[in-house]
Design a protein around this ligand. Structure first.
Ligand SMILES: [Zn+2]
Length: 141
């Protein structure tokens, strides 16, 4: 049952599961209902509503009723993101939190283009060495 929930992907990062992202806190039974606790990443991240729906849909597919609880404390930080998630980000050309290098050429000569990238959790940086812009997953502590 936890495996079903853990395999749900982040809608903004489809190759990364919510377990790898570190937002899945707890899965337990309350009578016949599966209670899933998740901690939002960035406050106001619109993906959280989608994630809750995806969890409910995944459990429904296995005939489980579910309830999603949001746990705000302790707050999620990018330290909760697993190494496998960071590696997948790099493979997709996204610089994971803490990586201040270009995912294309590994140069550390980078500049911030915009604090707001195509999705809320990412900023747009550009590499001075190779000229490539790339999304940077913002560090949060
Ligand atoms: Zn570069």
């Amino acid at each position: 049952m936890r495996d079903i929930v853990a395999a749900v992907n982040d809608p903004e990062l489809p190759s990364i599961t919510i377990a790898e992202l570190g937002i899945l806190r707890d899965v337990r039974m309350d009578g016949e209902t599966v209670v899933v606790s998740i901690t939002p990443t960035y406050s106001g991240c619109p993906a959280m509503g989608v994630i809750a729906e995806d969890i409910a849909a995944a459990l429904r597919a296995h005939s489980y009723e579910s309830r999603i609880e949001t746990v705000l404390s302790p707050a999620w930080t990018t330290d909760w993101m697993s190494e496998s998630a960071k590696q997948k980000l790099r493979e997709e050309g996204v610089a994971p939190p803490g990586d201040a290098i270009c995912p294309q050429c590994s140069s550390d000569d980078i500049r911030i283009v915009s604090e707001f990238g195509s999705v809320a959790c990412q900023a747009l940086h550009a590499c001075v060495s190779c000229g490539e812009p790339f999304p940077y997953f913002k560090t949060l502590r």
